[in-house]
Design a protein around this ligand. Structure first.
Ligand code: GRG
Length: 308
């Protein structure tokens, strides 16, 4: 898929080289993660190898990209956003390791490789996830505080997104909904927490690293919320339309586990329309940036059209 985006829907109308932005961002994030994490040889080496195994398994790095894109939209420097971009990726990777455990989704395949517990065993996988979650706060604490955003504000932001009212709440509700018939509003509740909370937090932290204004933070929140919801609707659609090879994770898992998804509740066609509508709302949220949020516009468009 070409990722030179020319925004038909974009407020700037200009083209943006997203492929370049993503390649450069991913390289910089990988370098920074490598720097922040204990080396694979450091004792206890099994834990550090397990953390690094999943972190460098080839994820799309969408949360760091959103964080860096938001910082750029607010005129910030990439270096100032980097600890926060790395922190959200550590939390995301922890959630995937735990999500794949036999007690949760019980998956063998993730990011194109055997899951963490398949390689290191369940005990080490639990610990590698725990350590990545903790590492996220150690890394985030290394960011600069900003006139409008203290370290306390930044750490609170991250803790709330990862905690029992957001990410963990979504996962708990998702687990409890398995095999049950749930309504579209109940599904929305799950998506807001399981997926949108961390994506929205990534965007907000990028803005905070650039000392964004309250109005910019509100616009980023609105953008992140809608992009986050669209992301999960697309994820559900891909689960039924793509192969495991393409996704790098087991396709068809949702229906097998009798999970509530948009395709299961409203069908594929309506799900696509919902994803499009959510993306449109995300674009609209960027209006106050008057064309300065080009990476975010391009990312929203890319996420809607993604095939993995
Ligand atoms: C506390 C034991 C314990 C577990 C928590 C919170 C949690 C486990 C899991 C989070 C739930 C989850 C996996 C939500 C799905 C979000 C989602 C769509 C993930 C896939 O994201 P991509 O496509 O993945 O960005 P890559 O691999 O590309 O980074």
């Amino acid at each position: 898929m070409s990722i030179m985006t020319k925004g038909v829907d974009s407020s700037s109308g200009a083209s943006f080289d997203l492929a370049r932005f993503l390649a450069a961002g991913t390289e910089a994030v990988n370098r920074a993660l490598d720097h922040y994490l204990p080396a694979a040889k450091v004792r206890p080496a099994t834990i550090h190898r397990a953390m690094r195994y999943s972190l460098f398994a080839g994820g799309k790095r969408m949360r760091p990209a959103l964080c860096l894109g938001a910082a750029a939209a607010c005129g910030g420097a990439q270096a100032d956003a980097m600890p926060l971009a790395c922190a959200v990726e550590c939390i995301h990777t922890y959630s995937l390791i735990h999500d794949d455990l036999p007690a949760m989704d019980n998956d063998d395949y993730r990011r194109g490789k055997p899951t963490n517990h398949k390689v290191f065993g369940e005990g080490i996988a639990v610990l590698a996830g725990d350590a990545l979650l903790t590492q996220a706060f150690e890394v985030a604490a290394q960011c600069k505080s900003r006139p409008r955003y203290s370290h306390q504000t930044i750490i609170l932001e991250l803790a709330r997104a990862a905690g029992s009212l957001q990410l963990v709440a979504g996962q708990a509700a998702d687990l409890e909904a398995e095999g049950k018939k749930i309504s579209a509003p109940q599904l929305r509740y799950i998506h807001e927490r399981k997926t949108s909370a961390l994506l929205c937090c990534s965007v907000r932290l990028g803005g905070m690293s650039a000392n964004c204004t309250p109005a910019q933070l509100q616009a980023l929140t609105d953008f992140g919320y809608h992009v986050g919801l669209a992301f999960q609707v697309i994820d559900d659609i891909l689960d039924v339309t793509q192969t495991s090879e393409k996704l790098g994770k087991t396709a068809g898992k949702d229906s097998e586990a009798q999970k509530a998804t948009y395709p299961a509740i409203v069908g594929l066609q309506k799900s696509r329309a919902i994803a499009q509508d959510l993306t449109q709302r995300a674009f609209a949220a960027l209006k106050p940036f008057r064309g300065q949020a080009r990476a975010l516009e391009a990312l929203a468009q890319f996420l809607l059209k993604r095939d993995r």
